[in-house]
Design a binder for this molecule. Structure first.
Ligand SMILES: Nc1nc2c(ncn2[C@@H]2O[C@H](COP(=O)(O)OP(=O)(O)OP(=O)(O)O)[C@@H](O)[C@H]2O)c(=O)[nH]1
Length: 465
């Protein structure tokens, strides 16, 4: 992506957000001793910047990271603080570039399905943060920031904290962006449910630290419920706020995560947060898979039973409905009527004006049929220019009236096409099905077809009953 003036401005703004989130993390999510932030949102922001603006974003990330860390590093390091801060900043830039490269390779469409969790968690997050953490830990040990013995623990914590930033922000950004593009429309009931679950999650977090540690477990079912029933963006907003709140409260005291030592308490807290995020992400993506499977099945069924041009039912939808109606008529001892309609001289329309006009005529006719029928009548396109209408519980006189009315309306219908006015007519065969006379659907259709043939033979534009 080229670095235009506008992109430069956006990158400056994004760098500002990166800087603020780093300062914010140090203020809110840092735990003594060691002052290591337990959620590092800049990892997610850096990745989003490279995904959006390409590798041009890397120098911006490096500068933002340098500025965010320089004061803290200078305060604890007496020598070469600039060198260690630069190394850490370059390493952060490398992490974002690497994560974006992996994301483009492994998940070019973003997070779409349950299958994407494995490459996201173990490919994108783990590889990029492990590389960054290794460089950071070596750099900090060389700076004398901490002893070699505690380096493996810090290495592990850095991997998880940076991963949390990516795990939280990528699904959140993706969901918010999609909601924005689809002009977020939420029904009142949905919104109320999302707000209630948000309050439960944040409320339970608070109470777990303030009153009873067990409340922390109640967050899981609430988040699961939201992941299954709620909208994507509300799931990830609630998850991010809950995770942020948990760490911010743990920075004051470890609450439900209090173990014998600070180090183990931190690992306990991080394991909980990591599991919570992966669990919610997995549930939401799995639910998305199920929904798209149901939608695919519904649309496949619809296409199998409907004609794409006119949207009327097709033969395979119509025949079972006809057979049902035959059984019902028999049981209730009530007659029904069946009409077959064929457009007159339709072949010459196609030949004279082209297939596109032929299609337009078929669509206009289907529209007219739909407008003319009662809710209980069933119309279908049986193939080519032939249509069928089933009139349940209707005697011949009424059905004949309906088909005649349709014939007259077609006669009057004019279709404008490339400056020309086109008209057409229809012929129809119509028969009444009398219960107790033994029929099959083929036989009754054959009978109506004969009547249609008779209408054509007698000059078209008429109904033969
Ligand atoms: N444009 C268009 N034409 C179609 C479609 N399906 C079938 N046709 C054409 O519809 C015509 C059907 O012609 P017929 O019903 O056999 O004959 P006709 O010209 O209507 O003559 P009569 O039925 O005897 O009045 C054929 O030329 C088919 O190619 C379609 O989906 N679109």
């Amino acid at each position: 992506m080229p670095l235009t003036g506008r992109n430069f401005l956006y990158l400056l703004i994004a760098s500002g957000i990166y800087f603020l989130s780093a300062r914010f993390a140090v203020l809110l999510f840092s735990l003594e001793p060691g002052n290591i932030a337990l959620i590092w949102l800049p990892s997610g922001i850096g990745l989003l910047m490279v995904l959006r603006f390409g590798y041009w974003a890397v120098p911006f990330i490096v500068v933002a990271s340098y500025l965010a860390n320089s004061a803290g590093m200078a305060a604890v390091l007496s020598e070469l603080a600039w060198l260690h801060t630069s190394t850490a900043a370059l390493s952060n830039g490398l992490e974002s570039a690497l994560a974006a490269t992996l994301m483009r390779r492994l998940l070019p469409e973003g997070l779409q399905s349950f299958q994407d969790i494995f490459p996201f968690v173990f490919g994108v997050c783990l590889v990029s943060t492990a590389v960054n953490s290794t460089i950071l830990v070596v750099n900090l040990v060389m700076a004398g920031f901490f002893a070699v013995e505690s380096s493996w623990m810090i290495w592990l914590i850095l991997i998880v904290t940076n991963s949390l930033g990516i795990l939280l922000l990528i699904p959140l950004a993706q969901a918010v962006l999609q909601a924005w593009e689809s002009r977020l429309q939420m029904r009142l009931g949905d919104a109320a449910r999302c707000i209630a679950l948000f309050i439960i999650c944040t409320g339970m977090t608070w109470l777990a630290f303030d009153m009873f540690a067990g409340f922390i477990f109640l967050i899981m079912p609430a988040l699961m419920f939201l992941a299954v029933q709620g909208r994507k963006e509300s799931v990830y907003v609630t998850l991010t706020v809950t995770v942020g709140l948990t760490v911010a409260l743990a920075a004051e005291n470890y609450g439900p995560f209090q173990l014998q030592t600070d180090e183990w308490s931190r690992l306990y807290l991080l394991s909980y947060l990591y599991s919570l995020i992966v669990l919610v992400l997995g549930t939401e993506l799995y639910q998305r898979d199920l929904l798209s499977e149901v939608q695919a099945r519904q649309s496949w069924q619809y296409r199998a039973h409907h004609d794409a041009l006119t949207s009327l039912g097709n033969r395979s939808l119509f025949i079972p409905l006809l057979e049902n109606e035959m059984k019902r008529a028999e049981r209730m001892n009530r007659a029904f009527a069946l009409a077959l309609i064929d457009l007159d001289n339709f072949k010459s329309f196609n030949d004279s004006f082209g297939h596109a006009l032929g299609d337009k005529v078929l669509k206009e006719f289907a529209q007219l049929v739909r407008k003319n029928l009662r809710d209980i009548d069933v119309a279908a396109r049986m193939g080519g220019d032939e249509f069928a209408i089933l009139f349940p519980e209707t005697p011949m006189s009424e059905a004949r009236h309906a088909v005649e009315r349709l014939r007259k309306q077609v006669e009057k219908l004019t279709i404008k096409y490339h400056g020309r006015t086109i008209q057409f007519t229809i012929s129809s065969g119509l028969a009444e099905f009398i219960p107790h006379e033994k029929h099959t659907s083929d036989a009754i259709l054959g009978r109506v077809d004969q009547l249609l043939y008779e209408a054509k033979r007698q000059g078209r534009n008429q109904v033969q009953a």
